[in-house]
Design a protein around this ligand. Sequence first.
Ligand code: WT7
Length: 629
Amino acid sequence: MSDNFDVKLDTKSYLPDPSVKEDSWMGDYEKAYDESVKDPEAHWEKVAEELEWFEKWDRVREWEHPYAKWFVNAKMNITCNCLDRHVFNGRKNKVALIWVGDDGEEQVITYRQLYREVMRFANGLKSLGVGRGDRVCIYMPLVPEQIIAMLACARIGAVHSVVFGGFGSNALRSRIKDAQAKIVVTADASLRRGKRLDLKSIVDEAVVGSSSVEKIVVLRRMKPQMELFSEIEVDFYEIMEGVEKECEPEVMDAEDPLFILYTSGTTGPAKGIVHACGGYMVGTYYTTKNMFDLKEGDVMWCTADPGWITGHSYIVYGPLAMGATILISETTPDYPDPGVWWDMIEEFDVTVFYTAPTAIRMFMKLGEEWPNKYNLGSLRVLGSVGEPLNPEAFEWYYRVIGKEKCPILDTWWQTETGMHMLTTAVGEPMKPGFAGRPVPGIVADVVDENGEPVPPGTGGFLVIKEPWPSMMRTVYNNDERYRQYWNSINNYYAAGDLAVKDEDGYIMILGRSDDVLIVAGHNIGSAEVESALVSHEVVAEAAVIGKPDPLKGDSIKAFIILRMGYEPAEKLKLDLLYHVRMNLGPIAMPSEIEFVDSLPKTRSGKIMRRVLKAQELGMDPGDVSTLEE
Ligand code: WT7
């Protein structure tokens, strides 16, 4: 990035009805923020006091750059806050989960039922020899059992590593291997647009030669039931039979790992982001309550899959810690028709709706007539995540879905941050295009490469200056990579995003400063796609860039140098696409493939994707002094 660049900022803003602020948990954002940063430990301690712990902390925080500990020596189990606390305090028969399957099938699960199922599955896992600290890979469709499996791991202190059910076998294999997972929990199939996608065979491929996997637990949803090989394969519900009803929660230290979740990086394989039990619980609980302003009667629908951090934090842990009712759905937004999601909002009286800009832009394209067929009057708060909510999409969301009465939260955060970091608190003026201001307790800024704050209107790097409870603790098997986050810009946490601030401290995200692509809200590493392409026998070299796409944020374009003896052909393109699909999954498939004779490289041999991108978009490639002849 060049040192400084100026960004023209729009000053339009919307103010929600004053009652929104009056009735909110947070009240006045500025007051809450100022207090929180004056004494961050007191701020987070107050939040932690609202939750249940077996033993309280000796100190709220211990910070030895770049390592933070939160709620030092406290003992807890997150499931006690997500389940027991509600079952024994008046929410026993409250609905915890409403699930709608791809084919319209429904399930409604109360807190008591969820608590029972989690304990039984936890005992089932124990019967397979799973214990504290063991890694369990969960590779499932979006069904209640996926959440039951996550919570059951947490109940017994096992570390879950959820892999999104849309990933291909190589992506799954590398994640199982890196985590050395002992168990894989999967299902026979997922359903999408009425079509059955076989998950189990992907697992079979992924575990070939695995030295860690001892058992595969299979949820069999399809009829007739698929056969299992009794040696290592066991049925999801069978392991719940004949076990104890009760499962005492494992006493966890606040700093013990709760889960690993893989996210794409600039180079090399995906990074296993590790989150700790105590701080993650406090951070997700706080933001669910105060940013979404979740109340007792709310029905929250976050359209993500629990396989992403959005689902971990705002389907599973945050809302359940609040004792909320959550809607989850396997449905695709436009199947069987583009009204399904709005129909579900009307049907279940959804009050808090959280989705991605790519979905909003798709709905804009399909036309207002679809949402207008339904009564969306139950909606109270609307959220967006994954990529910038561009002003046009903001306005549409605000007007067509929120009927100009719902606050819109464009929430900026990351797998690494665990919780919302920037957004606009409900009741505060909203500025289309801006994510907003830092969440109370978070010190964020836009700086130059030396860490000096840049003036409003000038682009720079987004950094977080102080530790926060739900920050990642390390990158699994790669602590060096963890330290890099905190060591590249003046000892601040460098998010890897470019941003700009306005006079009021609102922050607009401009995009990644590295080669991570954001395709339909999913973070995809160019390096991962390139290595999938290069693993095909015809490919000598590959380079991948993101091209701005009106619907998906980025679309992937791949440049390919073929091996000697192969000629460019349309058929080859299809082969390569299929190969990426099988390796990484459909979301990582390039939209465009171009065969080339050479690629721009630095003298040290690194592909200069920036130059390719500039060429592609007809832009100035910037500094090319390191470019090879
Ligand atoms: C990257 C993190 C947090 C859950 C979803 C993605 C981009 C995320 C926004 C937003 C602009 C955003 C950033 C970030 N991003 N939210 N509201 N506005 N960009 O999690 O896969 O870890 O990706 O997504 O570039 O660094 P993730």
